[in-house]
Design a protein around this ligand. Structure first.
Ligand SMILES: Cc1ncc(COP(=O)(O)O)c(C=O)c1O
Length: 362
């Protein structure tokens, strides 16, 4: 008997397809593929290598932390890498220079540290402007000062990329995206042959935000960033998460299942136990009714999610058996749907995949 434990299958063909969709949507733009948080749970080095292939038109990678960038360099990745939160400590600057890493500058402390550092060679800089997200970025009225300081510093490469980030691009009815674009244009128009604004939702729904660089994350992994259905999406899920049925059990009407006995059967039925739980990253808050794909049909999660197991209602007359493979999300079962049942977002589900989940390449 060989049962499959929780396994995430990573489909490179889907990944390459998604890059092609991004290029169709934003044909004039270069692509910075966002690989932070272990490439949204898909495996940092593995995804970077797949996207470093010459046939893949990705131009740069974006990560959140220096460690992520250094892991990419250590694994032989030579494409440009941008630190999307910039450097955290002035002592990082020499490491950036020696590893050919690019940095965002979003605050005064970074500006001062960069301009006063002793560097062997200038760094490529992305200047981040806050146009309405109010998270990272300099205020519009600080732009002239920052631009002047950066463009005259010997530590800064002469071609500075100007960037901003969209707050509500996933909602096509929300006009604040247009307002952000208008403000970004006002600030940067006379400096602007190298600009960047669009995340996945911007790529799909807001062509006016494309500029010279787009920065897809979620869409790259085949997941929709939009709040509502979007007809243009031909992306395919890169990760399919599966595990085996490890037990089945007959339940009489009125019997309960799992910790806290939170679910009670309303009729005689069969329960399937699947070897995946919150210890693997399956969301503990998934509600009764969350779909699971088993033997070409959707069955419902019932009872609490445990650390290593979930229970599903298979119905009274079932042929499902130990060893059958259940899909938790991916091909055949959109992660977007599962996220709704767990009152979260696909980003969180993907990032929460834990180390004990086996990774298989398709
Ligand atoms: C600066 C920046 N650009 C692009 C992205 C990619 O966003 P998404 O995954 O929605 O495409 C992120 C992710 O949060 C980000 O922080």
């Amino acid at each position: 008997m060989a049962l499959r434990t929780a396994t995430a299958t990573i489909d490179f063909t889907a990944l390459i397809n998604n890059v092609a969709v991004i290029k169709q949507q934003a044909p004039q733009s270069k692509v910075l593929a966002v690989l932070k948080a272990n490439a949204y749970g898909h495996g940092l080095e593995r995804i970077a290598k797949a996207l470093s292939d010459e046939s893949t038109p990705v131009d740069a990678f974006g990560v959140a932390r220096l460690d992520e960038a250094l892991a990419l360099r250590a694994s032989g990745i030579i494409k440009p890498i941008v630190l999307l939160e910039g450097f955290f400590d002035p002592s990082d600057l020499a490491i950036l220079a020696s590893n050919n890493l690019q940095t965002i500058v979003h605050n005064d402390a970074q500006l001062k540290a960069l301009c006063s550092a002793q560097l062997d060679k200038p760094l490529k800089v992305w200047l981040k402007i806050d146009t309405g997200m109010h998270r990272l970025g300099i205020n519009p009225n600080e732009f002239s000062h920052f631009y002047q300081q950066l463009s005259t510093s010997a530590n800064v490469d002469k071609s500075i990329t100007l960037m901003s980030h969209l707050a509500c691009a996933d909602d096509t009815q929300n006009d604040s995206t247009n307002e952000q674009v208008v403000l970004f244009n006002e600030i940067t128009d006379s400096f602007g042959d190298c600009r960047s604004m669009a995340n996945s939702a911007g790529i799909l729904a807001w062509p006016q935000s494309h500029y010279q660089w787009v920065r897809p994350g979620l869409m790259l992994y085949g997941v929709s960033p939009m709040q509502a259905e979007h007809g243009l999406i031909q992306i395919q899920p890169v990760m399919t998460l599966q595990s085996s049925v490890i037990a089945t059990r007959k339940l009489s009407k009125g019997e309960c299942v799992g910790y806290g006995a939170t679910w009670q059967s309303t009729e005689d039925t069969t329960i399937g136990v699947i070897a995946i739980g919150y210890g693997d990253g399956y969301p503990r808050h998934a509600k009764n009714g969350t779909p699971v794909l088993l033997n070409n049909r959707l069955v419902s999660l019932v009872g609490r999610v445990s650390m290593d197991m979930i229970t599903v209602d298979l119905g009274a007359n079932t042929d499902d058996k130990v060893g059958d493979i259940a899909t938790l999300w991916g091909k055949g079962l959109p992660i977007e749907e599962v996220a709704q049942w767990a009152t979260t977002i696909p980003y969180e589900l993907l990032c929460n995949i834990t180390r004990r989940v086996q990774m298989e390449i398709k």
